[in-house]
Design a protein around this ligand. Sequence first.
Ligand code: SAM
Ligand code: DTB
Ligand code: SF4
Length: 341
Amino acid sequence: MTKIVRQEELIRTDWTLDEVKETYHQPFNDLLFQAHSIHRQYFDPNHVQLSTLLSIKTGACPEDCKYCPQSGRFNTGLQKEKLMRIEAVLEKARQAKGNGATRFCMGAAWRNPSDRDLGEVIEMIKAVKALGLESCVTLGMLTDEQAISLAEAGLDYYNHNIDTSPEFYGDIITTRTFSDRLDTLDSVHRAGINICCGGIVGMGETSMDRTSFLHQLATLPVHPGSVPINLLVKVKGTPLDSVEDLDPLEYVRTVATARILMPRAHVRISAGRMQMSDELHALAYFAGANSIFLGKALLTTPLPEEELDYQLFDRLGIQPEPYDISSDETADTPMFYNAAG
Ligand code: SAM
Ligand code: DTB
Ligand code: SF4
């Protein structure tokens, strides 16, 4: 049976692993009912936020993340590219805005940025913000000073994923540790930048790993404002290219549990949407997903045509979430939406 919870009990960073497991493993209908009920207390259930991604520096990454087509250690046939020029980045940002995106995310295949490269990225952030878009970057590990300079540039979000459970982490990445990731998240948080942090499912992890991963996210000192739940995109040449498919209902369980544990976060159906049916998208939206990447591609792999996303929105009565430049995602006051909106 679904427990009735008082509002003030909902925003918790002290979840126990047992509570997360109970939430995740409860009967599917109970899980969906609980997740959707919480979702409409905090968000308009018929709004989905639209972000667009751009790879501003592609390939030749020194890290060995087994899922990633951009690692220089695997032969994925990817064309590597140097850091893009600001004019080309702005052209893409304008197109993204024209297609309805409100957030523009720039990703670089670095272990960590050099101070010189960071200076160029800072100019890109300022220019993207001047277009009236929310800005997000994902550049790898940062020092405290680098995080502060990004905050001073007005960066809205920094994406840095924990990717999986601490227990499974070493099976996936050996060139950095789980606690390296937490250190960068801490620097970003102390600099006052909103955190975008999630991970990948479908890498051959167990449901124990998925609950442990969700437990880590939901017990960070402050919940991330955005939580990308990536379904592994199996890219030929990566060590995970022939891992077994995840049961799609496990993907929905992950989204629903994230929604329950972190009620104020935007939970994003991130990578993997090419493999998802319309029905799976609809189920994930019902379970509390309220953000997607829209556009031609993620970083190096394709996305569904924008037109198809908009057609599905029409069929589901979903509208793009309006971007209120003065809004604060982590505001304390819950909103209540009934079925009539
Ligand atoms: N290099 C930086 C880093 O690792 O933080 C930023 C870019 S990295 C590509 C950003 C995220 O993309 C990763 O943390 C991972 O979650 C996701 N990602 C990369 N390859 C993926 C794949 N094949 N399928 C799903 N997600 C993937
Ligand atoms: C995130 O969690 N997923 C995005 C974004 N943050 C940077 C990246 C997904 C990459 C998928 C593989 C690719 O296109 O290269
Ligand atoms: Fe490099 Fe990021 Fe890919 Fe890992 S996920 S190989 S750090 S680009």
